[in-house]
Design a protein around this ligand. Structure first.
Ligand code: SF4
Length: 93
């Protein structure tokens, strides 16, 4: 072990950072959530119906890009709504 306290602290910090990187990646994945109960109630599907899709619905909360999954104002706690999805509450008014 180094006698230099600053160097020792830097090594310790670097080691901790490397140790927690996989945990940070797993936590990010764990944040992806879907609300199965409400999806079922609204008959949500991952594909459009008769040209109607979440992308053109006023309730849709877009993801980072036009093709990323996002959310829906009517399905709280769900960030996996496909822009190509659809449900019986599709709304453009
Ligand atoms: S209300 Fe239905 S169609 Fe509209 S964004 Fe939400 S899940 Fe998609």
């Amino acid at each position: 072990m180094s006698a230099n306290p600053i160097r020792r602290k830097l090594c310790k910090t670097a080691g901790l950072t490397l140790a927690f990187l996989p945990l940070a990646a797993m936590t990010r994945q764990a944040h992806a959530a879907s609300n199965a109960a409400l999806r079922a109630e609204l008959k949500y599907q991952d594909t459009p119906k008769s040209g109607q899709s979440c992308l053109t619905c006023l309730e849709f909360l877009p993801g980072k890009t036009a093709t990323d999954r996002g959310g829906c104002k009517l399905i709280p706690g769900d960030d996996q709504i496909s822009p190509q999805g659809y449900c019986i509450r599709w709304n453009t008014m």
